[in-house]
Design a protein around this ligand. Sequence first.
Ligand code: SF4
Length: 341
Amino acid sequence: MRTNHKQRPTRYRDVNLNGTLSAISGPWDRTVCFSDIRKWMQCPGMYLMWKEGDAIYRRSLSQEIGDLVHQETAKPAQDRLQDTAEIAARLKNVRPEELQVVAQQVKALIAKAVRVSDKESIDAIATQHERLMVWYDSYTNTFWYAQADKMEILEDRDGKYLSVVDQKTGTYRKALDVSGAFFFGYVAKMTKALNFDGPIKTMVRYLKDFRGQILARPFERWEWIGRHLKQEQKDMLWSIQETVKRMDADWQSGEFRLSQGNHCRGCQFRHTCPVNKEQFAEELRRDAERQKERETRLSLVVIQGGISTPVAPMAPPMVATTGAIINASTNGDGSKTAAFA
Ligand code: SF4
């Protein structure tokens, strides 16, 4: 589910002696979406900070691109973003020198997503984008919120079915993606989404390959949910429910473990996380230094015979390909010095 990130207060929490964070709110509202489950599985402390509304450092670029593509796909054709400059204006996490290139890539990704989605929906009996569904799961005594990118009733030679699509704009393919699609499909089944009571086809659609290239034909993983769940689907449901029960146990105790690992690198709470904030501040400081060095190297380049050579002898060779020349002058030895924007 999309969240308004603007009103989240910055909180610096203390870590307890047992390595947990304490909840500051409660009791739990007993609502769960699949993104909550995914966060909790990575790090219960991260889930707590998300759930209690702590300020996030910033959305990652991949998240920003994903949101933009989902929003544009859901719009009527005439309202969609077409212009590279407009797309660039919506991207907040890109360095200025890379903005044009990234905006063009996003434009191509939107065009691809829209083409695939529109083609699929031509013969749909009913279509809904990002429809929120809520199901009360009595086993866990929780409310399950699910919002698939697209749901529609389609028909093939075997009859009508409900298609539930979860579209991915990133490069990674994770096992949990399939569980997420099952979660959407299960909630759609139990709530009889679009007033449909027949078979459900859940699909995870990947628009890019592992290297980040847009696929000519998206890679799709799909499953059917019929009247009765298959054994592996029962197992998946059970593991989701057991996870929710463990989340519940954390809320009962009021303590959420901080689980460190590679995922910390992409965590949106690293700037306030008590076990990572100092390292994060140090990384920011080093990034700022590197950026300053890059800008210094770009601002002074000696151009000789059409090949660029950096002024500083120890700097790596570089050909300036971005930025407009804003100032150029001829030196006494015939070489040229140029300043780039
Ligand atoms: S930085 Fe790591 S340990 Fe801290 S909240 Fe994020 S994922 Fe958890």
